[in-house]
Design a protein around this ligand. Structure first.
Ligand code: F6P
Length: 555
């Protein structure tokens, strides 16, 4: 395993760690409501703007000293060196001996990005050109189906990083969709997913994209085989397959064996992790729906955030600040989750992408060197669309016993002006973070009940139920409008936040060995179910459950 080009520290042994602990003990005493009251400039001081993103982080449990200490933590942990190493294409994914060079995919400058001494930019640009030609040929109907009809539907088959990023981004940019093409995603191995999606489609006018970096992921390959069988069952011939199936993969041979022509195989590289791949050819369905120019704008927005992350000093650096705040809460306040709350219908699926990005990256228990960590690492990421969540789980945010930092995300302008919807949406978004921050005291609750004409006895009884502790931290991220550029910047911001945290925690954010065991055991169980193997060696619970399945299905 290669040595890291930055420190392989134990964060809890860094000199700054104990200082942060002491600082937290002091800070536990403060209430954000008082901090705002005594400092009218607080919002201005804890506000940053870059790449079209406005970040208000003033509603966090911080003072100026906290930021100084956290930035010292970043320096002691080697964050500046780590950022340089990432942009230099060093093998920072050291357990897989690979760089993590997704920044090269959105590079708009003339800078070369090297992997093993070779500039990858010509390949990256060639792949983008291949995407451009493909998008043009579909939209102009130069490329048609086997009965010479133009395509009306594209079905993207992929899972994990080969699915969520494109799905979330294409949904986020719905106002930019070009007319004429309907996009469908199929990820789950549950046959219901593909059955439902294909139900109303015609093989004559449907194009399939098989997106799998490995071309070996069980779910995707099973879905690809079922799609091909559906195509052949409904009029298509074997020699027509190449007109209706394209692939995105690093495993060209396997795609070729499936029946896809070499010129219709879009390249992937092992230096791009699945959850960081929407910027690559995996973004093909995004480009198909929003057009190549808008796809390039998406890349441009991400590149702007990359440049900010690469060059801004830590205390001015939005992803660094967000990452350090996350560490502050995970390791010093024992927060075990973080909520992503987009106030934008188009962004309603964003929490799922950030969940994958963060939890697959930082859900780790060993350091870079393979030693057990003695500090908590990646939090549980969850969330959902505002304002809907306010009528569901926000009760727990306001009065529950858990400490739950949250991100409120919202565009300032909407794509859909009707009545005063947008002003009301913003009011909801801002009131939630305000309520979390200031809370409601017992005296305020009592005064409120008194004003409602309640008796003294009722006031005593009811007031404690109305108290809201407040002092609960949140970030507010605003941007002018959900455009390809701002969405690119927003997602890149989260990618870098995740990296910052991985650096502080001394873990590799770019591997995902944890998902392998389930895959291996799943193959084994499948062999038992199909009768290829005996149930011997299975634990009694799994064996009983397999037997039950076989019995009900007469197998
Ligand atoms: O199971 C996890 C994972 O390896 C992800 O990291 C990846 O994005 C996904 O599976 C799909 O992999 P592939 O693109 O090779 O099909």
């Amino acid at each position: 395993m290669s040595e890291l080009p930055y420190t392989s520290h134990y964060p809890n042994s860094l000199p700054i760690w104990d200082k942060l602990k002491d600082h937290q003990t002091k800070l536990k005493q403060i209430h954000l409501r008082d901090e705002f009251a005594k400092d009218p400039d607080r919002a201005k001081r804890f506000f940053k703007q870059a790449a079209g993103i406005y970040l208000d982080y003033s509603k966090n449990l911080i003072t100026d000293e906290t930021i100084e200490l956290l930035s010292e933590l970043a320096n002691e942990a080697g964050l500046p060196e780590a950022i340089t190493a990432m942009f230099n294409g060093e093998k920072i994914n050291n357990s897989e001996e690979r760089p993590a060079l997704h920044v090269a995919l959105r590079n708009q400058s003339s800078t070369a990005f090297e992997v093993d001494g070779e500039n990858v930019m010509p390949e990256v640009k060639a792949a983008l050109n291949q995407m451009e030609r493909f998008v043009w040929s579909i939209h102009s109907a130069q490329w048609r189906g086997y009965t010479n009809k133009r395509f009306t539907d594209v079905v993207h088959l992929g899972i994990g990083g080969s699915y969520l990023g494109p799905k979330v981004v294409s949904a986020a940019l719905k106002p930019y969709w070009k007319a004429g093409i309907n996009l469908h995603y199929v990820a789950n191995i549950d046959g219901t997913h593909i059955t439902e999606e294909l139900k109303h489609l015609s093989p004559e006018t449907t194009l399939f994209i098989i997106a799998s970096k490995s071309f070996g992921t069980q779910e995707t390959i099973m879905n690809a085989k079922s799609a091909k069988a559906w195509f052949l069952r409904n009029g298509g011939e074997e020699e027509d397959v190449h007109k209706h199936f394209v692939a995105i993969t690093a495993n060209t041979q396997k795609a070729y064996n499936f029946g896809i022509r070499e010129e219709n195989i879009f390249p992937m590289w092992d230096w791009v992790g699945g959850r960081y791949s929407l910027w690559s050819t995996i973004g093909l369905p995004i480009a198909l729906t929003i057009g190549i120019e808008n796809f390039k704008n998406l890349l441009a927005g991400a590149h702007e955030m990359d440049e900010h992350f690469r060059t801004a000093p830590i205390t001015e650096n939005i992803p660094a600040i967000l990452g350090l705040l996350g560490v502050w809460y995970s390791n010093f306040f024992n927060a075990d989750s973080h909520a992503i709350l987009p106030y934008d219908h188009y962004l309603r699926a964003l929490p799922a992408h950030i969940q994958q990005l963060d939890m697959e990256s930082n859900g780790k228990t060993v350091t870079h060197k393979g030693e057990p960590v003695e500090w908590s690492t990646g939090p549980i990421i969850w969330g959902g669309a505002g304002a809907n969540g306010q009528h569901a789980y926000h009760q727990l945010l306001h009065q529950g016993t858990h400490f739950l930092p949250a991100d409120f995300i919202m565009p300032l302008r909407t794509h859909n002006h009707i009545g005063d919807h947008h002003a009301l949406l913003l009011s909801n978004c801002l009131s939630q973070s305000q309520a979390l921050m200031q809370g409601k005291t017992l005296d305020e609750a009592k005064a409120e009940l008194k004003a409602q004409g309640r008796t003294d006895e009722q006031i005593e009884e009811l007031a404690p139920h109305k108290v809201i502790p407040g002092n609960r931290p949140s970030n507010t991220m605003l941007f002018e409008k959900a455009t390809p550029k701002t969405i690119g910047a927003l997602i890149a911001m989260y990618e870098h936040k995740v990296f910052v945290q991985g650096v502080i925690w001394s873990i590799n954010s770019f591997d995902q060995w944890g998902v392998e065991l389930g895959k291996e055991l799943g193959e084994h169980i499948y062999e038992i179910i199909t009768g290829a193997k005996e149930t011997n060696g299975q634990d009694s619970s799994t064996k009983n459950l397999i037997d039950l399945f076989k019995q009900i299905n007469n197998r």
